[in-house]
Design a protein around this ligand. Structure first.
Ligand code: GSH
Length: 299
């Protein structure tokens, strides 16, 4: 029996968002997508999206830029890991992964991993991508030490900071919570003592430093976003972390002000601002649509 899949393509080439629904067999998929790329003279962008993952950032980025893209859906395993099929796309098997096939008959797909690199590549190439990257040089200061704008310095820093510094303590909180709840009952008391000790002596204090630091960055920003008055790709990259934190902060930490929102009001307002963004809302609708697909692994 043949399995038919539906692919939805959106195109920024048209004044209004334009949707084409195509139905074809799984075997013909690669050839069909390739033909579409050639015919439209657009690159073929595929996002390998893992449920409940950082790949949501890339959905927002692509929606923000009104870019045409396809999604391949991967469900997590019972252990909450990525399924082994993802490692066929990139050896580390982590999401997000994006493949970009340039137009042209002999074009080979370029495989991109790491959220910040994916974002930089897409902003460099997609129409409108540069609106998400601050201007680098102050006028007349091109190429000089200290000639960079404050917005650009923040942007470049944040693109490294999110995965390099902010995500590790957040991931550790998830890991230790899972270890605590998943330990067999006869060792659970000892596991809880060890996990709580690591959390309270290292992870939570580190996270408090980050929260204070982000509050300070927002206090000194020239606008409502982390780099300044405009939304940048760095805000999109950090959104996954701060929005997820908003959802569980008061369960994992205590604050003398009563709640995390009371303790860090500027950061809380920033989280709300991100959620109000039209591109973010579109990405949430798209994620619902992706998640709603059958459990057979691919969209
Ligand atoms: N530094 C990478 C992190 C990628 C990553 O760790 N992704 C997680 C999902 S949030 C993943 O694929 N986890 C599944 C696994 O490791 O099995 C990035 O920024 O893209």
């Amino acid at each position: 029996m043949q399995h038919f899949k539906k692919y939805k393509l959106t195109s920024s080439q048209f004044p209004a968002r334009f949707h084409v629904l195509l139905t074809f067999t799984q075997q013909n998929k690669t050839r069909a997508l390739h033909l579409i790329a050639m015919a439209s003279e657009e690159p073929q962008i595929t996002l390998y999206w893992l449920e409940k993952s950082r790949a949501d950032r890339v959905v927002w980025l692509l929606e923000e830029l009104n870019a045409p893209y396809n999604v391949e859906l991967f469900r997590r395993t019972a252990e909450f890991l990525a399924p082994p099929e993802l490692a066929k796309i990139h050896p580390l098997g982590k999401s997000p992964i994006v493949s970009v096939t340039p137009p042209g008959e002999d074009a080979k797909p370029i495989i991109l991993a790491e959220s910040a690199f994916i974002s930089t590549y897409l902003c460099d190439h997609l129409p409108g991508g540069q609106k998400l990257v601050p201007k680098k040089w102050k006028d007349g200061m091109e190429g000089k030490f200290g000639g960079e704008t404050e917005e650009w310095l923040r942007y470049e820093y944040l693109m490294h900071y999110v995965e390099g510094s902010l995500m590790p303590p957040l991931v550790l909180i998830v890991v230790f919570s899972t270890v605590k709840s998943g330990a067999p009952f006869f060792v659970r008391p000892i596991v809880n003592i060890i996990a709580d000790r690591v959390l309270s002596s290292f992870v939570i204090p580190t996270l408090r430093k980050h929260l204070g630091y982000l509050e300070q960055l927002l206090s000194t920003s020239a606008g409502g976003y982390l780099c300044g008055k405009d939304l940048t790709a760095a805000d999109i990259i950090i959104s996954y972390a701060v929005i997820a934190f908003d959802g569980r902060a008061d369960q994992v930490m205590t604050f003398k002000e009563g709640s995390w929102r009371a303790a860090y009001p500027k950061l809380a307002a920033y989280v709300d601002r991100l959620k109000e963004n039209e591109g973010y809302k579109r990405s949430q609708a798209k994620i619902k649509e992706i998640e709603g697909n059958d459990k057979s692994s691919k969209l």
